[in-house]
Design a protein around this ligand. Structure first.
Ligand SMILES: [Zn+2]
Length: 473
């Protein structure tokens, strides 16, 4: 057989196998009570809930924390690839290890003291309410009663016959499935709850409206191009919309929030000065200098990957961007401070993580140099704008902005710089919980957007037109 024919045959085989897996989703599990059958079927169709065997769902079994992580993780399409986790009791071999790690990184679940997750611990109705509130972004004031209320007002859960929510009672798999399905699809809820809040327009014709947030769900209708719809919540890249009598999920990528297509808009006035600005990004340390180390995490790695993410964001704008280092190499302080001058830099942003011998030391701060520097005021402005965004992004303690004089330290990378310069200390690598954020790819992305938006805030304050470039609108 010719090589190309083999590839075709293999491709067909793969497609048929994939199709076969989808089709083998169970029509009905024999142990699911009728009150939950529609919802279990709904989750099963989307590959969100799996049976405990070919014919049974394990409907009466209590939900464990790892099962809850898998249910929610599949619904939100979090990264479920089995891997090492933050927890000593969740090895990479556990089926839900990937979902547990992703759910923790996105703040939906958290662990217990002593670095444990307790994967086999059973989940109560109250805990379920908190998990779903966090997963779907319901305001609940951090309280169990608030989470119960968030679910009941939306018609996702009902109280028990005794008038309480039954927060301490363990929840069965079938009931968890009911609540999760209702959170995803408003049509399964016990009462109408309008969360339509956005007016959107379709970007493409022949757009499928589906019963659930993935292509596994059936299409219930199609929308033409440039049709106005109203949007409710979004899940994993899908938005629940209403258009006339049609309701369902459409891919968010095919929706826009302005009536007129970008291309048809009068060309936006481009601030030509932006292309003349070069942002210098300076991830600290590198090579033989690991920087601070906490819980096995090295500052040089964290600040490089965060810096590269800021770099990627800036590259999508007319701003020019240069990095003092974009790989794991050692550079001296003098090389860093002269880099901006040699490379036509306009502003200089150094990225670091803090460290302390006291494990309780915590928070985010930004440092600038003010004395005897023609850019003192601009450096302070740059530091303030970046600090503000960083604190909002990670919600760590706000240690504020500090001049090198206040800090009582001379930082050559700032003092000897020839342009407005700021040094961001993202958080303490020596603090257990801040260390978790520092090493997390998800939180690094969040922080990179914050630093990027902070740089834009600086330029906006200086009178530049940067509104169209923000990562967080
Ligand atoms: Zn450092």
């Amino acid at each position: 057989m010719k090589k190309s024919s083999i590839i075709v045959v293999l491709a067909v085989f793969v497609i048929v196998s994939l199709f076969g897996v989808n089709r083998s989703v169970h029509a009905e599990f024999i142990d699911v009570p009728s009150r939950a059958s529609k919802e279990v079927q709904y989750l099963s169709t989307g590959g969100i809930a799996h049976g405990s065997s070919a014919t049974t769902f394990g409907a009466e079994k209590k939900v464990t924390r790892m099962e809850a992580a898998a249910f929610i993780g599949r619904a939100l399409q979090l990264n479920g690839k089995k891997r090492n986790t933050n927890f000593k009791d969740v090895g990479s071999g556990i089926f839900a290890s990937g979902y547990i790690q992703s759910a923790v990184e996105t703040g939906i679940l958290s662990g217990y003291d002593g670095g444990r997750f307790l994967p086999y611990k059973e989940v109560t109705r109250g805990e379920m309410a908190v998990m779903l509130s966090k997963a779907f972004g319901y305001q609940f004031g951090g309280k169990l009663s608030g989470a119960a209320n968030a679910l009941t007002t939306r018609g996702i859960a009902k109280g028990l016959s005794d008038g309480t929510f039954g927060a301490d009672q363990y929840i069965k798999r079938s009931d968890f499935a009911v609540f999760l399905a209702r959170a995803i699809n408003p049509e399964l809820r016990t009462k109408a709850f309008s969360s339509y809040k956005k007016t959107l327009w379709t970007n493409t014709g022949d757009l499928n409206v589906r019963t659930g947030p993935s292509v596994s769900y059936a299409s219930v209708g199609k929308l033409a191009k440039d049709v106005k719809v109203i949007g409710a919540h979004s899940i994993a890249g899908w938005t629940y919309i209403k258009s006339g009598r049609l309701t369902g999920f459409v891919s968010t990528a095919y929706l826009r929030d302005t009536e007129i297509l970008k291309a048809e808009r009068p060309p936006a006035e481009v601030d030509k000065r932006i292309a003349g600005q070069t942002i210098i990004l300076d991830p600290g340390h590198g090579g033989s200098d690991p920087g601070a180390v906490g819980f096995g995490v090295r500052e040089k790695d964290v600040v490089l990957s965060t810096g590269l993410k800021v770099n990627n964001l800036l590259k999508q704008t007319p701003f020019k961007v240069k990095m003092t280092r974009s790989d794991d190499r050692f550079i001296t302080i003098n090389q860093r401070s002269s880099f901006a001058r040699k490379n036509g830099g306009s502003v200089f942003v150094s990225i670091h993580a803090n460290a302390s011998s006291s494990p309780g030391a915590k928070g985010t701060e930004t440092i600038y140099y003010s004395a005897a520097n023609p850019h003192g005021a601009d450096s302070k402005l740059l530091a303030a704008k970046i600090q503000d965004r960083m604190v909002k992004a990670w919600r760590l303690s706000n240690r504020g902005i500090k001049s090198t004089r206040q800090l009582g330290r001379s930082l050559g990378v700032l003092n000897n710089n020839s342009v407005p310069a700021a040094l961001a200390e993202l958080g303490f690598i020596t603090n257990k919980s801040e260390n978790q954020k520092l090493k997390s790819d998800y939180w690094q992305t969040v922080m990179a957007k914050a630093i990027y938006d902070g740089i834009l805030d600086y330029y906006k304050a200086k009178g530049y037109k940067v509104d169209s470039f923000y990562s967080i609108k």
